[in-house]
Design a protein around this ligand. Structure first.
Ligand code: HEC
Ligand code: HEC
Length: 282
Protein backbone atom coordinates (compact mmCIF):
# COMPACT_ATOMS: atom_id res chain seq x y z
CA UNK A 1 0.00 0.00 0.00
CA UNK A 2 1.51 3.32 -0.94
CA UNK A 3 1.34 5.96 1.75
CA UNK A 4 2.40 9.52 1.15
CA UNK A 5 5.53 8.80 3.15
CA UNK A 6 6.52 5.94 0.92
CA UNK A 7 5.44 7.80 -2.15
CA UNK A 8 7.58 10.75 -1.09
CA UNK A 9 10.60 8.51 -0.56
CA UNK A 10 10.04 6.84 -3.91
CA UNK A 11 9.81 10.18 -5.63
CA UNK A 12 12.92 11.44 -3.88
CA UNK A 13 14.86 8.38 -5.06
CA UNK A 14 13.45 8.74 -8.55
CA UNK A 15 14.65 12.34 -8.57
CA UNK A 16 18.19 11.31 -7.72
CA UNK A 17 18.15 8.85 -10.58
CA UNK A 18 16.24 10.89 -13.12
CA UNK A 19 16.88 14.61 -12.94
CA UNK A 20 13.57 15.54 -14.55
CA UNK A 21 10.49 13.85 -13.17
CA UNK A 22 7.34 15.08 -14.83
CA UNK A 23 4.66 16.10 -12.40
CA UNK A 24 6.84 16.27 -9.29
CA UNK A 25 5.90 19.88 -8.55
CA UNK A 26 2.19 19.13 -8.98
CA UNK A 27 2.35 16.08 -6.72
CA UNK A 28 4.22 18.11 -4.08
CA UNK A 29 1.71 20.95 -4.27
CA UNK A 30 -1.22 18.58 -3.83
CA UNK A 31 0.50 16.77 -0.96
CA UNK A 32 1.17 20.03 0.87
CA UNK A 33 -2.41 21.18 0.48
CA UNK A 34 -3.81 17.77 1.42
CA UNK A 35 -1.89 17.86 4.68
CA UNK A 36 -2.93 21.42 5.44
CA UNK A 37 -6.58 20.58 4.88
CA UNK A 38 -6.38 17.41 7.00
CA UNK A 39 -4.98 19.48 9.89
CA UNK A 40 -7.98 21.83 9.88
CA UNK A 41 -10.92 21.54 12.23
CA UNK A 42 -13.69 20.87 9.71
CA UNK A 43 -16.96 22.79 9.85
CA UNK A 44 -19.66 20.82 8.01
CA UNK A 45 -22.11 23.72 8.31
CA UNK A 46 -19.77 25.89 6.26
CA UNK A 47 -19.22 22.85 4.05
CA UNK A 48 -22.91 22.88 3.24
CA UNK A 49 -22.54 26.42 1.94
CA UNK A 50 -19.48 25.52 -0.11
CA UNK A 51 -21.43 22.56 -1.49
CA UNK A 52 -23.96 24.84 -3.13
CA UNK A 53 -21.77 25.17 -6.22
CA UNK A 54 -21.01 21.45 -6.31
CA UNK A 55 -24.68 20.48 -6.16
CA UNK A 56 -25.25 21.59 -9.73
CA UNK A 57 -23.33 18.59 -11.00
CA UNK A 58 -23.07 16.14 -8.12
CA UNK A 59 -26.74 16.86 -7.26
CA UNK A 60 -27.89 18.11 -3.84
CA UNK A 61 -27.76 14.50 -2.58
CA UNK A 62 -24.17 14.00 -3.80
CA UNK A 63 -25.38 11.00 -5.79
CA UNK A 64 -24.01 12.13 -9.15
CA UNK A 65 -25.66 10.63 -12.22
CA UNK A 66 -26.35 6.97 -12.94
CA UNK A 67 -24.56 7.24 -16.30
CA UNK A 68 -21.38 7.96 -14.32
CA UNK A 69 -20.63 11.28 -15.96
CA UNK A 70 -20.87 12.78 -12.48
CA UNK A 71 -19.59 10.48 -9.75
CA UNK A 72 -21.37 9.84 -6.52
CA UNK A 73 -19.37 11.63 -3.83
CA UNK A 74 -21.86 11.18 -0.96
CA UNK A 75 -20.40 8.96 1.74
CA UNK A 76 -16.86 9.13 0.38
CA UNK A 77 -14.09 9.27 2.98
CA UNK A 78 -13.20 12.90 3.82
CA UNK A 79 -9.47 12.33 3.27
CA UNK A 80 -10.23 10.96 -0.21
CA UNK A 81 -12.39 13.95 -1.12
CA UNK A 82 -9.70 16.36 0.05
CA UNK A 83 -7.01 14.44 -1.81
CA UNK A 84 -8.99 14.44 -5.04
CA UNK A 85 -9.77 18.16 -4.80
CA UNK A 86 -6.10 18.93 -4.20
CA UNK A 87 -5.15 16.72 -7.14
CA UNK A 88 -7.65 18.29 -9.52
CA UNK A 89 -6.41 21.76 -8.87
CA UNK A 90 -2.75 20.81 -8.95
CA UNK A 91 -3.32 19.16 -12.33
CA UNK A 92 -2.75 15.57 -11.19
CA UNK A 93 -6.24 14.72 -12.41
CA UNK A 94 -7.71 16.51 -15.33
CA UNK A 95 -11.35 16.96 -16.12
CA UNK A 96 -12.71 20.02 -17.88
CA UNK A 97 -15.96 19.99 -15.90
CA UNK A 98 -14.51 19.51 -12.45
CA UNK A 99 -11.34 21.56 -12.81
CA UNK A 100 -12.82 25.09 -12.79
CA UNK A 101 -14.72 24.30 -9.59
CA UNK A 102 -11.61 23.12 -7.81
CA UNK A 103 -9.63 26.34 -8.17
CA UNK A 104 -9.05 28.43 -5.03
CA UNK A 105 -11.15 31.35 -6.24
CA UNK A 106 -14.23 29.15 -6.41
CA UNK A 107 -13.63 26.46 -3.82
CA UNK A 108 -11.46 28.35 -1.33
CA UNK A 109 -8.39 27.12 0.56
CA UNK A 110 -7.60 24.10 2.74
CA UNK A 111 -10.25 25.12 5.31
CA UNK A 112 -13.04 25.07 2.72
CA UNK A 113 -11.75 21.80 1.31
CA UNK A 114 -11.94 20.24 4.77
CA UNK A 115 -15.39 21.73 5.36
CA UNK A 116 -16.95 20.53 2.13
CA UNK A 117 -15.35 17.10 2.54
CA UNK A 118 -16.88 16.80 6.02
CA UNK A 119 -20.28 17.77 4.67
CA UNK A 120 -20.23 15.48 1.64
CA UNK A 121 -18.89 12.47 3.51
CA UNK A 122 -21.87 12.38 5.86
CA UNK A 123 -24.48 12.46 3.09
CA UNK A 124 -26.30 9.11 2.72
CA UNK A 125 -25.47 7.20 -0.47
CA UNK A 126 -27.80 6.34 -3.32
CA UNK A 127 -29.54 2.95 -3.11
CA UNK A 128 -29.76 2.92 -6.94
CA UNK A 129 -26.33 3.52 -8.41
CA UNK A 130 -25.47 2.54 -11.96
CA UNK A 131 -24.35 -1.09 -12.30
CA UNK A 132 -22.97 -3.25 -15.13
CA UNK A 133 -24.51 -6.06 -17.16
CA UNK A 134 -24.54 -8.50 -14.22
CA UNK A 135 -23.38 -11.48 -16.27
CA UNK A 136 -19.95 -12.17 -14.75
CA UNK A 137 -20.34 -11.56 -11.05
CA UNK A 138 -18.65 -14.76 -9.86
CA UNK A 139 -15.58 -13.89 -11.90
CA UNK A 140 -15.83 -10.33 -10.61
CA UNK A 141 -15.88 -11.45 -6.99
CA UNK A 142 -12.86 -13.70 -7.51
CA UNK A 143 -10.89 -10.91 -9.17
CA UNK A 144 -11.88 -8.50 -6.43
CA UNK A 145 -10.71 -10.87 -3.70
CA UNK A 146 -7.43 -11.54 -5.49
CA UNK A 147 -6.56 -8.01 -6.58
CA UNK A 148 -8.37 -5.30 -4.71
CA UNK A 149 -9.23 -6.14 -1.09
CA UNK A 150 -5.74 -5.54 0.27
CA UNK A 151 -6.16 -1.86 -0.45
CA UNK A 152 -9.85 -1.10 -0.97
CA UNK A 153 -11.04 -3.44 1.80
CA UNK A 154 -13.32 -6.50 1.90
CA UNK A 155 -16.43 -4.40 1.31
CA UNK A 156 -14.82 -1.82 -0.98
CA UNK A 157 -14.98 0.66 1.91
CA UNK A 158 -11.56 2.24 1.27
CA UNK A 159 -9.07 3.42 3.87
CA UNK A 160 -9.12 6.90 5.36
CA UNK A 161 -5.53 6.76 6.61
CA UNK A 162 -4.10 6.01 3.17
CA UNK A 163 -6.75 8.04 1.30
CA UNK A 164 -7.84 4.93 -0.61
CA UNK A 165 -11.28 5.61 -2.09
CA UNK A 166 -14.40 3.79 -1.06
CA UNK A 167 -15.56 2.24 -4.33
CA UNK A 168 -18.55 0.12 -3.26
CA UNK A 169 -21.80 1.42 -4.73
CA UNK A 170 -20.13 3.85 -7.13
CA UNK A 171 -21.66 4.19 -10.61
CA UNK A 172 -20.35 1.44 -12.89
CA UNK A 173 -19.53 3.73 -15.81
CA UNK A 174 -17.57 6.04 -13.53
CA UNK A 175 -15.58 3.09 -12.19
CA UNK A 176 -14.78 2.04 -15.76
CA UNK A 177 -13.60 5.54 -16.69
CA UNK A 178 -11.36 5.83 -13.65
CA UNK A 179 -9.97 2.31 -14.01
CA UNK A 180 -8.99 3.13 -17.60
CA UNK A 181 -7.54 6.52 -16.66
CA UNK A 182 -5.53 4.96 -13.84
CA UNK A 183 -4.20 2.16 -16.02
CA UNK A 184 -3.28 4.43 -18.94
CA UNK A 185 -1.58 7.01 -16.72
CA UNK A 186 -4.04 9.72 -17.75
CA UNK A 187 -4.85 10.02 -14.07
CA UNK A 188 -1.49 11.15 -12.75
CA UNK A 189 -2.34 10.66 -9.08
CA UNK A 190 -2.76 6.91 -9.61
CA UNK A 191 -1.33 4.50 -7.09
CA UNK A 192 1.59 2.79 -8.82
CA UNK A 193 0.93 -0.51 -7.01
CA UNK A 194 -2.64 -0.46 -8.25
CA UNK A 195 -1.47 0.22 -11.80
CA UNK A 196 0.72 -2.89 -11.62
CA UNK A 197 -2.10 -4.91 -10.15
CA UNK A 198 -4.53 -4.12 -12.95
CA UNK A 199 -2.31 -3.81 -16.01
CA UNK A 200 -3.07 -7.34 -17.25
CA UNK A 201 -6.86 -7.13 -16.92
CA UNK A 202 -8.79 -8.05 -20.07
CA UNK A 203 -11.89 -6.01 -20.95
CA UNK A 204 -14.06 -8.88 -19.69
CA UNK A 205 -12.21 -8.99 -16.37
CA UNK A 206 -12.38 -5.23 -15.97
CA UNK A 207 -16.11 -5.21 -16.56
CA UNK A 208 -16.63 -8.19 -14.24
CA UNK A 209 -14.70 -6.78 -11.29
CA UNK A 210 -16.15 -3.28 -11.60
CA UNK A 211 -19.69 -4.62 -11.94
CA UNK A 212 -19.09 -6.57 -8.75
CA UNK A 213 -17.75 -3.42 -7.05
CA UNK A 214 -20.71 -1.31 -8.20
CA UNK A 215 -23.07 -3.91 -6.71
CA UNK A 216 -21.25 -4.13 -3.37
CA UNK A 217 -23.63 -2.58 -0.86
CA UNK A 218 -22.29 0.03 1.54
CA UNK A 219 -23.29 -0.63 5.16
CA UNK A 220 -27.01 0.00 5.77
CA UNK A 221 -26.35 3.07 7.91
CA UNK A 222 -24.55 4.74 5.01
CA UNK A 223 -27.32 4.13 2.47
CA UNK A 224 -30.07 6.65 1.85
CA UNK A 225 -33.62 5.49 1.49
CA UNK A 226 -35.35 5.33 -1.83
CA UNK A 227 -36.18 8.79 -3.16
CA UNK A 228 -34.39 10.63 -0.34
CA UNK A 229 -34.15 14.33 -1.06
CA UNK A 230 -31.53 16.43 0.70
CA UNK A 231 -33.48 18.72 3.05
CA UNK A 232 -30.51 21.11 3.17
CA UNK A 233 -31.41 22.30 -0.33
CA UNK A 234 -35.16 22.90 -0.18
CA UNK A 235 -35.26 25.51 -2.91
CA UNK A 236 -33.19 23.53 -5.37
CA UNK A 237 -34.84 23.33 -8.78
CA UNK A 238 -34.39 19.69 -9.66
CA UNK A 239 -33.53 18.57 -13.15
CA UNK A 240 -33.46 22.13 -14.42
CA UNK A 241 -30.08 21.36 -15.97
CA UNK A 242 -30.87 17.96 -17.46
CA UNK A 243 -29.41 17.87 -20.93
CA UNK A 244 -27.99 21.35 -20.60
CA UNK A 245 -24.28 21.78 -20.01
CA UNK A 246 -23.77 23.19 -16.51
CA UNK A 247 -22.84 26.85 -16.33
CA UNK A 248 -19.21 27.70 -15.80
CA UNK A 249 -18.50 29.40 -12.48
CA UNK A 250 -18.31 33.16 -12.48
CA UNK A 251 -15.95 34.81 -12.65
CA UNK A 252 -13.47 32.31 -14.04
CA UNK A 253 -11.16 34.91 -15.50
CA UNK A 254 -12.94 38.23 -15.29
CA UNK A 255 -12.74 39.19 -18.93
CA UNK A 256 -12.12 42.78 -19.90
CA UNK A 257 -15.32 44.04 -21.47
CA UNK A 258 -14.55 44.21 -25.17
CA UNK A 259 -14.59 47.70 -26.69
CA UNK A 260 -17.79 48.42 -28.56
CA UNK A 261 -17.24 47.36 -32.13
CA UNK A 262 -16.60 50.21 -34.52
CA UNK A 263 -19.14 49.74 -37.26
CA UNK A 264 -17.99 51.04 -40.60
CA UNK A 265 -20.29 53.47 -42.30
CA UNK A 266 -22.51 51.43 -44.54
CA UNK A 267 -22.91 52.57 -48.11
CA UNK A 268 -26.50 53.35 -49.03
CA UNK A 269 -28.39 50.31 -50.26
CA UNK A 270 -28.63 50.01 -54.02
CA UNK A 271 -32.17 50.27 -55.32
CA UNK A 272 -33.96 46.91 -55.37
CA UNK A 273 -34.03 45.29 -58.79
CA UNK A 274 -37.41 44.96 -60.44
CA UNK A 275 -38.80 41.50 -59.58
CA UNK A 276 -38.90 39.24 -62.59
CA UNK A 277 -42.29 39.03 -64.18
CA UNK A 278 -44.59 36.63 -62.33
CA UNK A 279 -42.35 36.28 -59.22
CA UNK A 280 -44.53 38.42 -56.99
CA UNK A 281 -47.37 35.95 -56.90
CA UNK A 282 -47.36 35.64 -53.04
C1 HEC B 1 -19.52 21.35 -13.61
C2 HEC B 1 -19.77 20.11 -12.92
C3 HEC B 1 -19.08 19.88 -11.58
C4 HEC B 1 -19.09 20.69 -10.49
C5 HEC B 1 -19.81 22.02 -10.31
C6 HEC B 1 -18.32 20.01 -9.48
N1 HEC B 1 -17.87 18.82 -9.94
FE1 HEC B 1 -16.83 17.44 -8.89
N2 HEC B 1 -16.67 16.29 -10.55
C7 HEC B 1 -17.28 16.55 -11.77
C8 HEC B 1 -16.94 15.50 -12.70
C9 HEC B 1 -17.39 15.41 -14.14
C10 HEC B 1 -16.11 14.61 -12.00
C11 HEC B 1 -15.45 13.33 -12.56
C12 HEC B 1 -14.11 13.69 -13.11
C13 HEC B 1 -13.46 12.57 -13.86
O1 HEC B 1 -14.15 11.82 -14.55
O2 HEC B 1 -12.24 12.43 -13.72
C14 HEC B 1 -15.96 15.13 -10.66
C15 HEC B 1 -15.22 14.51 -9.66
C16 HEC B 1 -15.20 14.91 -8.35
C17 HEC B 1 -14.53 14.20 -7.29
C18 HEC B 1 -13.76 12.91 -7.40
C19 HEC B 1 -14.64 11.76 -7.04
C20 HEC B 1 -13.96 10.43 -7.10
O3 HEC B 1 -14.32 9.56 -6.31
O4 HEC B 1 -13.07 10.23 -7.94
C21 HEC B 1 -14.75 14.91 -6.14
C22 HEC B 1 -14.27 14.57 -4.74
C23 HEC B 1 -15.54 16.07 -6.50
N3 HEC B 1 -15.79 16.04 -7.83
C24 HEC B 1 -15.96 17.03 -5.59
C25 HEC B 1 -16.56 18.22 -5.97
C26 HEC B 1 -16.81 19.33 -5.07
C27 HEC B 1 -16.50 19.31 -3.58
C28 HEC B 1 -17.36 20.33 -5.81
C29 HEC B 1 -17.75 21.72 -5.37
C30 HEC B 1 -16.70 22.51 -4.80
C31 HEC B 1 -17.50 19.82 -7.18
N4 HEC B 1 -16.99 18.56 -7.23
C32 HEC B 1 -18.07 20.53 -8.21
C33 HEC B 1 -18.07 17.63 -12.07
C34 HEC B 1 -18.30 18.70 -11.23
C1 HEC C 1 -1.96 -1.17 -3.83
C2 HEC C 1 -3.25 -0.66 -3.45
C3 HEC C 1 -4.37 -0.75 -4.44
C4 HEC C 1 -4.83 -1.86 -5.12
C5 HEC C 1 -4.26 -3.28 -5.08
C6 HEC C 1 -5.96 -1.44 -5.88
N1 HEC C 1 -6.18 -0.10 -5.68
FE1 HEC C 1 -7.62 1.00 -6.56
N2 HEC C 1 -6.82 2.70 -5.73
C7 HEC C 1 -5.80 2.73 -4.82
C8 HEC C 1 -5.56 4.10 -4.41
C9 HEC C 1 -4.52 4.55 -3.39
C10 HEC C 1 -6.45 4.89 -5.15
C11 HEC C 1 -6.56 6.40 -5.12
C12 HEC C 1 -5.36 7.05 -5.73
C13 HEC C 1 -5.49 8.55 -5.61
O1 HEC C 1 -6.24 9.13 -6.38
O2 HEC C 1 -4.93 9.11 -4.68
C14 HEC C 1 -7.24 3.97 -5.95
C15 HEC C 1 -8.26 4.36 -6.82
C16 HEC C 1 -9.15 3.49 -7.43
C17 HEC C 1 -10.30 3.88 -8.20
C18 HEC C 1 -10.77 5.30 -8.43
C19 HEC C 1 -11.84 5.59 -7.40
C20 HEC C 1 -12.33 7.01 -7.37
O3 HEC C 1 -13.32 7.25 -6.65
O4 HEC C 1 -11.76 7.87 -8.01
C21 HEC C 1 -10.91 2.73 -8.62
C22 HEC C 1 -12.18 2.63 -9.45
C23 HEC C 1 -10.14 1.63 -8.13
N3 HEC C 1 -9.07 2.12 -7.41
C24 HEC C 1 -10.47 0.31 -8.34
C25 HEC C 1 -9.63 -0.75 -7.98
C26 HEC C 1 -9.92 -2.12 -8.30
C27 HEC C 1 -11.19 -2.61 -8.97
C28 HEC C 1 -8.86 -2.86 -7.86
C29 HEC C 1 -8.63 -4.34 -8.03
C30 HEC C 1 -8.77 -4.87 -9.36
C31 HEC C 1 -7.91 -1.93 -7.25
N4 HEC C 1 -8.43 -0.66 -7.34
C32 HEC C 1 -6.71 -2.27 -6.66
C33 HEC C 1 -5.11 1.64 -4.33
C34 HEC C 1 -5.23 0.35 -4.81
Amino acid sequence: MVTWGRLGLGLALACVMTPVLAGQAELDAALAEYEQALAKQADPENGRKVYLTCAVCHRPEGWGTVDGVYPQIAGQLPSVIIKQLADFRAGNRSNPLMYPFSVPRILGGPQQMADVAAYVSQLPMTPHNGVGPGVDLALGEQLFQDNCVDCHGERGQGDAQDHIPAIAGQHFMYLIRQFDAIRSGARKNADSEMVKQIEGFTPREESAVLDYVARLRPPAEKLGRDGWVNPDFPGYVRDAMLGVPPPMPLPLQPPEPPPPPQLPELPPLPPLPEPPFGASGR
